[in-house]
Design a protein around this ligand. Structure first.
Ligand code: CP
Ligand code: NVA
Length: 306
């Protein structure tokens, strides 16, 4: 049995297997209007401690497309770690469903679900990382540029869960990654060290700065995310004071050039980390990127539950 917990758990070959499977399923859907029911009779339990649009809908629709079924389990229903211990939730759910997808606050809870589950567990975002997002994003870049190796992604903003998965995936697949964050909001040092280690094998370049203009110079992709992630709401006023120089606006985009594309995992706080002009502009990949959550995750579901 295999879980999908973090990008670090997979080799580049395995990651490409997910990407190729996703492409096959996307092509099949676009060409024929439907997918073969390869997950007929299979059920996915979806445990959420936080809100979601993309993750919830794309997993649910993905299961439906593949002939299976998904159950949405809201924060109040399960009370993960409160009403019932995480190991007990994992043990009980494993008796009903063929896979568990969970969105949690503490990454430790994802690890615990996986430890006690008898079925595959998929990380649908934790405070540490967001591997499904990164896989969909790299799928989108592969579609757009026809390659991943040698592309330069500049991430501007908070060194958060999304950035953690992106730096790791780019390093694994030979993409360059440069991140500009305000001082105090860097990626965890061990994440950067691990990515640099991976990058030695793939010739990827990893750079870390506090200067957005420096990060985006020569970039093929500029990526941003919200300044305050779910669970950090108490820090939001403080963050609003620090982050404005890290906004993706036309001026910063011009620094990268007209070939560069812009990405954001969404939901966006328009007018904060990204302007309307950029989000809705010709260089934006925001909505193809959101759609690709569906296709990328079908690749994961097919390989884990199929
Ligand atoms: N990008 C993303 O995970 O979106 P949701 O929070 O809406 O699932
Ligand atoms: N970094 C954001 C991503 C949301 C999809 C958060 O954790 O809230």
């Amino acid at each position: 049995m295999q879980h999908f917990l973090s990008i670090t758990d997979f080799s580049a070959d395995e990651l490409w297997q997910f990407l190729r499977q996703a492409k096959e399923l996307k092509d099949e859907l676009k060409n024929t209007g439907h997918n073969q029911p390869i997950l007929k009779g299979k059920t996915l339990g979806m445990v959420f401690q936080k809100p979601s649009l993309r993750t919830r809908v794309s997993f649910e629709v993905g299961m439906l497309h593949l002939g299976g079924h998904a159950l949405y389990l809201s924060p109040n229903e399960i009370g993960l770690g409160g009403r019932e211990s995480v190991p007990d939730v994992a043990r009980v759910l494993s008796g009903y469903v063929d896979g568990i997808m969970a969105r949690v606050f503490a990454h430790q809870h994802i690890l615990q679900l996986a430890e006690y589950s008898r079925v595959p567990v998929i990380n649908g975002l934790s405070d540490y990382d967001h591997p499904c997002q990164a896989l969909a994003d790299i799928f989108t870049l592969w579609e757009h540029f026809g390659r991943v190796e040698g592309l330069k992604m500049a991430y501007v903003g908070d060194g958060n869960n999304v950035a953690t998965s992106l730096i790791t995936l780019m390093a694994k697949l030979g993409g360059h990654f440069s991140i500009a964050t305000p001082p105090g909001y860097e990626l965890p040092a061990e994440v950067v060290t691990a990515a640099r280690h991976l990058a030695e094998e793939t010739n990827a370049m990893i750079s870390v700065t506090h200067n957005p203009a420096e990060a985006v110079t020569g970039a093929d992709v500029i990526y941003t995310d919200v300044w305050t992630s779910m669970g950090q709401e108490k820090e939001s006023q403080e963050r609003l004071k620090v982050f404005p120089p890290y906004q993706i606006n036309s001026q910063l985009l011009a620094q990268a050039g007209s070939q560069a594309v812009v990405m954001h995992c969404l939901p966006a706080h328009r007018g904060e980390e990204i302007t309307d002009e950029v989000a809705d502009g010709t260089q934006s990949l925001l909505f193809p990127q959101a759609e690709n959550r569906l296709h990328a995750q079908k690749g994961i579901l097919a390989l884990l539950l199929g």
